[in-house]
Design a protein around this ligand. Structure first.
Ligand code: NAD
Length: 478
């Protein structure tokens, strides 16, 4: 049964959109329409930004204490938790995410994150009295930056929203959130949770829409900070706009991370972690280790093992717990991934998969592995964002570091070895914002984000609250 929405959640209530334009949401597996929502317009953004500004300047939120905000985040966590199963299922139907992954990352993890930021909010120290070596005292304040325009992609729509909502609310900001058109139904569940949690009107507002509406939000005069997750191409455009406006911006962008297998690695550990470290969400994860760096001494063994393991993955209905690889999130995206696979066949040796299976329905791509890949190949340099791995040979550790760092991106990565200190030593040499040892999993208590073309700023950890605050110094001279 399709879920149709007629309103937007703005200013604490459900309001009629300014236009009659609508967007359909399509199930990635059945290709059937599973819902429709109003398509936001600039006038809807104006209304949402005005509500967020009022809430920031005048409402109870403006005078809230850190403890009030901690309590609000905990109420939101409870309301989201109640909808956890529904959130996971809705995301999996929309973008094809295997249900094991959505139950974890789009449900349990987000509830944990809200409670984590709830606890941090309650303990925030807004003002510090600091003695000056110049003989007086300064009050150093951390004030909320203001109204945040948050733009999220389709691949982890709930987690990437909460990664912004948690720290922004802890800091005392208010928000207008623009979800991605393909995954908008889950944003209604979050809005219902915000309503149930009795957040003051205007603190959180959602306006779904396409990139034009996103661009309007980014440059809106009522926005004080932009928090963006999405492609590097869109991130560059948004960074330019924010640069022009001198508007703070955080950018979580693309990646092409290296999974470095050291000579002494336990191959079973490596293979067991392919679905989480290199093909999470059917490869539609920004931090995936899609460049597999294998030592020359074990190259053939590793290629054979990857080909056999990846070929054995269950491809199918994302709502089935046995599924490892689901469909791509859209037909356009499936075609894009297949385009890269076709290119890969001209650049390297195909050892597993190699295109879309013969299913009549669903935007599936077979999990695919290429061997004998040069790091300069297109499939090794560009983000494919699908279940496609490139295995690249290296001669020694220096060579592995050189290859890993020879990338436009710097977001994730992993090092595999039975000697974790040896692996950590090598990890310190990798140009990347995050890296895992014998696995990969972002930690909510550690900053997450990229360097180079993977972005600016960090989410997660206590550090991300700082990106929603600004300093004010009051010099107590007399
Ligand atoms: P996208 O850049 O096309 O769109 C992301 C969001 O931005 C959507 O809501 C879209 O409507 C909006 N948008 C697009 N252009 C815009 C513009 N000029 N101004 C304002 N808004 C605009 O990305 P996508 O295809 O939805 O998502 C996939 C990309 O996201 C991949 O490149 C992936 O690596 C990246 N991503 C990064 C992270 C991270 O944390 N670094 C996490 C997940 C996804």
């Amino acid at each position: 049964m399709a879920t149709d929405h007629q309103t937007f959640f703005i200013d604490g209530g459900w309001v009629k959109p300014a236009t009659s334009n609508r967007m359909d949401v399509i199930n990635a597996t059945t290709e059937e329409v599973i819902g429709s929502v109003p398509d936001g317009s600039n006038a809807d953004i104006d209304r949402a930004v005005a509500a967020a500004r009022r809430a920031f300047k005048e409402g109870p939120w403006a005078s809230s204490t850190p403890a009030d905000r901690g309590a609000a985040l905990n109420r939101l966590a409870d309301a989201v938790e109640k909808r956890g199963g529904q959130l996971a299922k809705t995301v999996s139907m929309q973008n094809g995410m295997p249900i094991n992954v959505s139950e974890q990352l789009e449900s349990a993890f987000v509830v944990g994150m809200l409670r984590y930021y709830g606890a941090l909010a309650a303990g925030l120290q807004a003002e510090e009295s600091r003695p000056s070596p110049m003989g007086f005292t300064s009050l150093v304040r951390r004030e909320p930056v203001g109204v945040v325009g948050a733009i999220v992609p389709w691949n982890f729509p709930v987690a990437l929203s909460i990664m912004k909502i948690g720290p922004a609310l802890a800091a005392g900001c208010t928000m207008v959130i623009k979800p991605s058109p393909g995954t908008v139904l889950d944003s209604y569940l979050l809005a219902e949770a915000a309503e149930e949690a009795k957040l003051p009107p205007g603190v959180l507002n959602w306006v779904p829409g396409g990139r034009e509406v996103g661009a309007y939000l980014v440059s809106h005069p009522g926005i004080d900070k932009v928090a963006f997750t999405g492609s590097t191409a869109a991130g560059r455009i948004i960074a330019q706009e924010c640069g022009k406006l001198l508007r703070p911006v955080s950018l979580e962008l693309g990646g092409k991370s290296a999974a470095i297998i050291l000579e002494d690695a336990d191959l079973n550990t490596v293979l067991a972690a392919i679905p989480s470290a290199s093909m999470l969400n059917s490869g539609q994860a920004c931090f995936s280790g899609t460049r597999v760096l294998a030592p020359a001494s074990r190259y053939k063994e590793i290629v054979d093992a990857y080909a056999a393991t990846v070929s054995s993955f269950t491809v199918g209905d994302p709502l089935d717990h046995a599924t490892v690889v689901g469909p791509m999130a859209s037909a356009i995206h499936r075609d894009r991934v297949n385009g890269y696979i076709a290119k890969g066949k001209t650049e390297a040796k195909l050892v597993a998969g190699g295109g879309s299976p013969a299913q009549s329905r669903g935007w599936f791509v077979q999990p695919t592995v290429f061997a004998d890949v040069a790091n300069s190949a297109t499939i090794a340099q560009e983000e494919i964002f699908g279940p496609v791995l490139s295995i690249i040979k290296y001669e020694n550790e220096d060579d592995a570091v050189r290859i890993a760092n020879d990338s436009e991106y710097g977001l994730g990565g992993s090092v595999w070895s039975v000697d974790r200190e040896r692996a950590a030593k090598l990890a310190r040499r990798i140009e990347s914002g995050t890296i895992g040892i014998n696995g990969y999993m972002p930690d909510m208590n550690a900053p997450f984000g990229g360097i180079k073309a993977s972005g600016l700023g960090r989410e997660l950890g206590p550090e991300s609250i700082g990106s929603y605050q600004q300093y004010k110094s009051i010099y107590m001279l007399g």
